[in-house]
Design a protein around this ligand. Sequence first.
Ligand code: FEO
Length: 408
Amino acid sequence: MKKTAIKIKDSLYYIGVSDEDIRTFDIIMKTANGTTYNAYLLKTSEGVVIFDTVKEAFAQEFFDKLESLCSYDEIKYIVMHHLEPDHSGALPELTKRAPQAKIFISPMAQPMLKSISHHRENMEFETVWTNKEITLGEKTIKFLSTPNLHWPETMSSYLVEDKVLFSGDVFGSHYYDNRVFNDLVGDFDYAFKYYYDHIMRPFKTDVLNALRLYKQLDIDLIANLHGPIMRSNPQQYIERYEKWSMPDKSKHGKKVVSIFYVTSYKNTKEMAEAIFDGLETQDSVIANIYDLTALDEQNMLSILEESTGILIGAPTINGDVPKPVWDLLSCMMLIEKKGKFGGCFGSYGWSGEAVDMMNTRLKSLKFRVPLQPKKIKLIPTKTELLECIEYGQEFAEIVNGKMVEMTL
Ligand code: FEO
């Protein structure tokens, strides 16, 4: 981005910064084009509003841009849509320089704000939510509760007179281009989708809730927290998020249960096939079965997303869960787990820890785990395979709504 403030509306300025050389963000995200930490400054006849700050390492550039537009004693309000350090890093220093400024945050942000601003016990702040609004001079800011996008404390706001939506991380891209606006920069579609997949996809229900609020607004420009500012056809980004977040209804109303397994001597595979037969006894369930060693991550993700029930089978190897299963479990951070059921099974030779380890992991990921894990020593007998069929049948019934007490 240019190193000077940029006017984006009559009285609204971009005062964010670019992190051009970053290539990995938050450990898991690749950023071939770097990224930006977007922040904004609004001038009114009665004072200035700052929307978000930047990562601490880039604070000087942020303050230089801010000082080019106003003095610190003109700042009346600071709106913080998200307190992750890439946006709140310069906030402690800003509150030192503008101690009179009142901060607006969501209710969930209170403990975090106190923790990051420990040098100022008397800092003035107010919590806000949907339908709350403030005015300063001729400008009105309406607040929107948009939690979990992607932290519990996230919120959005809307500048009424200029029709600007401040969306927080929503509609962000890790994509730096000094031409700033979406109609001028290069093709960032890949970065927009990649960002959605890694940051917003696990929260699809919350995305749809936010979009319901956004769609009530007349939006002329989306001022997000990363990447290009969207002034040309901003509605297209709302439509894309909606398409990606809508529940998949392609399975004719049936619930999908997917079995993932790995096997050493075909014993766990036999269990998987028997459980599959049990699932298949329920007409309202579509059962899938996959050998995990031949699935790549993208396929795992799309299967996990469409499945209401997920069953994982593995033998124990050297006292541990085999790597393909850990790979599957690590994919779970990228999907929404709300409302999903899980279960585990496996054949073992000696100690059989793998099944319990997988079960514990599913529970910690907040899957509903209704049945005790199914463990069989070495080769399943006919009786044990019948038990696997019953296990599959009961799991399918639970996915279909049968009430049971969850295991602890
Ligand atoms: Fe861009 Fe969630 O911080």
